[in-house]
Design a protein around this ligand. Structure first.
Ligand SMILES: Nc1ncnc2c1ncn2[C@@H]1O[C@H](C[S@+](CC[C@H]([NH3+])C(=O)[O-])CC(=O)[O-])[C@@H](O)[C@H]1O
Length: 327
């Protein structure tokens, strides 16, 4: 637990003193203390403790669709068995794909497709301080490594995904990359610290999206870039849909704007040069059931008689990617 607080301090050493470091460490300590009493988290920690050490000469490849850590044959069969048990115990693997010591993890989402949609359009990440809000198991934090950011910090409040990142980092040992078990709203004010902020797949889960966009603006430096991805509805008007109860079986979806409405939200929250770089319907090639998840997936969320609609009758999932600069 202190380990994470120490890692955070070490990671931020080049920019010390930072008035928000101690409160941020305290938030992490409190979350991990709470998790220590949780049976599922105890199991995750046992799985992580059972992992074999990272072999000498381990290499990673962050440039391909699958993030590769280690090579086939680098671990003996007992070590591979321990690894497989840990990976399976940490299901569902929603984001990916990964390849660990030759073992392919086919995640629910082919997250490489989203990365391909954005990577050429964003400001180059080399030397930048990056925050990824809702980083899940860190797939994008790892893809970013190919561009050598000065810092890649993730936020992931869901225990399963946070511990998946810990497993990956156990082997990858990346010195300028860390995930914190926190929601963005739990952070102390980190005014103007980040150069790039990823906020993908999170906005529709928030009850007060405009307040959140304003808070995101505050932690970017002037001219810093927001990479925003969220569910949208079709149409040109500045309109927003609020599901009566569930959207695609999710009970925590509050606002789905048109791209036009989203652009207005951003402009009214302190951003400029707002541009939409992509709108894509989510397909079965991008989100599907695999052996690495034990839950439903896209095909179960759509109306079998009309795949343009969710089971609740709303427009089927489509996601927009927008870039904007902090004013
Ligand atoms: N307030 C919050 N603060 C931080 N994290 C949050 C919050 N609320 C939810 N999360 C976390 O954000 C992630 C949303 S998934 C996107 C993952 C990745 N970004 C992706 O674009 O593939 C949704 C999707 O499937 O697109 C989950 O891991 C939540 O626990």
């Amino acid at each position: 637990m202190n380990d994470l607080a120490h890692q955070l301090e070490g990671l931020l050493q080049p920019w010390q003193p930072l008035p928000w470091l101690a409160p941020l460490q305290q938030c992490c300590r409190q979350r991990l203390q709470r998790w220590q009493r949780d049976r599922k988290c105890q199991q995750y920690l046992e799985l992580l403790a059972s992992l074999p050490p990272a072999p000498a000469g381990l290499t990673c490849d962050f440039t391909g669709a699958a993030v590769r850590i280690g090579r086939a044959g680098q671990l003996d069969s007992a070590a591979m068995e321990a690894l497989q048990l840990a990976l399976f115990g940490l299901r569902p693997w929603r984001k990916g794909p990964f390849e660990l010591f030759g073992l392919a993890i086919e995640s629910e989402w082919a997250s490489n497709l989203k990365w391909d949609r954005l990577s050429a359009a964003i400001a180059p990440l080399q030397g930048r301080r990056v925050l990824d809000v809702g980083s899940s198991n860190g797939y994008y934090l790892l893809r970013m490594q190919a561009a050598s950011p000065a810092l890649a910090l993730g936020l992931e409040p869901y225990a399963t995904f946070f511990h998946q990142f810990c497993l990956l980092q156990h082997f990858a040992c990346l010195p300028r990359c860390l995930s914190l078990p926190l929601k963005f709203e739990e952070l102390p004010e980190m005014t103007g610290f980040f150069d790039t902020l990823f906020h993908m797949g999170v906005l529709y889960h928030l009850r007060a999206p405009l307040d959140s966009l304003r808070a995101l603006r505050r932690c970017l430096r002037r001219g810093g870039e927001l990479v925003l991805e969220t569910l949208v509805i079709p149409g040109e008007q500045p309109l927003t849909l609020t599901p009566v109860e569930r959207y695609a079986k999710m009970n925590n979806v509050y606002f789905l704007p048109t791209v036009t409405a989203l652009q207005i939200w951003l402009e009214r929250s302190g951003f400029e040069r707002v541009r939409c770089i992509d709108v894509s319907r989510t397909t079965n090639a991008e989100q599907r059931r695999t052996a690495w998840i034990q839950t439903e997936s896209l095909e179960d969320f759509l109306d079998p008689a009309d795949p343009d609609r969710t089971v609740e009758g709303y427009p089927a999932p489509r996601r927009a990617l927008l870039l904007a600069e902090a004013r």
